[in-house]
Design a protein around this ligand. Structure first.
Ligand SMILES: Cc1cc2nc3c(=O)[nH]c(=O)nc-3n(C[C@H](O)[C@H](O)[C@H](O)COP(=O)(O)O)c2cc1C
Length: 364
């Protein structure tokens, strides 16, 4: 086989592997990790075959398209190295001992950047050889938009809808404590599990974004609340609906929650009295970029003037959404302190993050 042919085969395998990695909700974690190793082996082979490029990359007097190609290739190399480190950081199967850059969110951003740069890198060859340059450039732009959309939106959407995360309760919840100075905060949380009419048989539960701990269905935010409760040494309190619960189907819950948000509904909940506490750790999921409406009910039912509200949030793509300003508006006079916004898949590994966070809150 000629060198050129090997080169083309390796390149095709790399693109196929990259796309397969984006569909990891279907391939499961362990297969994803093994494919990752295969990808990086192919990358090393690719770099070996193209090693002559390093000699030409820093030459002066190259034309503009060559310069652009060189910059993209350097960025691709850099992103691939960071992606490799973050792949090990998020690994639970092959490198569980490696913890550097262990955020799934960051890993996904790096994978999206690498895929997009790889698309530009590959398409540049097509542009150079094409007679219809404008068409080739347009197709490259479209391919870039597709890869960014896949990485930033499609992958988290599929994860939210289809993925079940498992956790070992004892391993994830119990550990080092923080001796909170003064009055301990009240830990209050909201989660879907407990506020949803789920089938008792977890295998029959439709939709996903669920956490299964010791064979039991558990809310991500419940697990976070149990971690925070164990760190501080208190029992978390759940925000619990007293009337209609959310439907078992994930999609229907999305739609009901969207209706509630538009109507600014205040679903009825069991009252929670915070008057005896100076500070509250509030743990909730991001719903439609907002707080779930039962959390709004809880906030409106209490006077938080002069109190501190520490926020811990779990979400399916990133950030706090609009929740910080919403909570500030609902709690006049409160000191609202954002703490951590945790990607739902990272919830089982979040205890150290919470421990450091709570330590920081406790030693101003
Ligand atoms: C109704 C609903 C709306 C959601 N909206 C968002 C959203 O806007 N952005 C996001 O990143 N995740 C969103 N998610 C994902 C949840 O924030 C995430 O899965 C969270 O970890 C679920 O926590 P829980 O298991 O404790 O209910 C939504 C989930 C549901 C059920």
């Amino acid at each position: 086989m000629t060198k050129k042919r090997i080169e083309i085969i390796v390149d095709i395998i790399m693109y196929v592997l990259m796309l397969t990695q984006m569909l990891y909700v279907f391939t499961t974690n362990n297969v994803h990790e093994v494919i990752g190793i295969a990808f990086f082996i192919c990358l090393i082979v690719h770099l070996f075959i193209k090693r002559w490029w390093f000699k030409t990359a820093f030459r002066k007097n190259v034309n503009r398209s060559r310069l652009f190609f060189n910059i993209v290739t350097m960025l691709l190399l850099l992103t691939s190295v960071v992606l490799m480190i973050s792949s090990m950081g998020v690994s639970r199967f092959l490198f569980p001992w490696f913890t550097i850059l262990g955020s799934s969110d960051f890993h996904r951003y790096m994978a999206t950047a690498a895929l997009t740069l790889a698309v530009i890198h590959g398409c540049m060859h097509g542009i150079w050889h094409s007679k219809r340059k404008r068409l080739a450039v347009s197709l490259t732009v479209l391919a870039c938009i597709a890869s960014v959309t896949i990485g930033l939106f499609a992958v988290p959407y599929m994860n939210r809808h289809l993925k079940k995360v498992t956790a070992d309760f004892a391993d994830t919840v119990y550990g080092d404590k923080v001796d909170w100075k003064g009055q301990k905060p009240l830990v209050v949380y909201f989660t879907r599990v407990g506020n949803t009419d789920f089938d008792p048989d977890i295998d029959a539960v439709s939709g996903a974004s669920l956490l299964i701990s010791d064979g039991e269905l558990m809310g991500s935010n419940q697990l976070l609340a149990d971690m925070a409760g164990d760190i501080i040494g208190c029992d978390p309190v759940a925000i619990t609906l007293t009337e209609e619960k959310y439907p078992s189907s994930y999609n229907r819950t999305i739609s009901v929650a969207g209706d509630e948000l538009r109507a600014q509904a205040r679903p009825k909940i069991d009252p929670i009295d915070v008057s005896d506490h100076d500070s509250i750790i509030l743990i909730y999921p991001l719903w439609w970029d907002s707080i779930p409406m039962p959390v709004a009910t809880f906030l409106e039912q209490n006077d938080f003037n002069g109190k501190t509200i520490y926020l811990i949030i779990s979400q399916g793509s990133s950030g706090y959404g609009k929740t910080i300003s919403e909570i500030e508006a609902l709690c006049p006079g409160a000191n609202v302190v954002p703490g951590a916004s945790i990607y739902c898949e990272d919830v089982p590994d979040a205890r150290d993050t919470l421990l450091n966070l709570i330590r920081g809150w406790n030693s101003p």
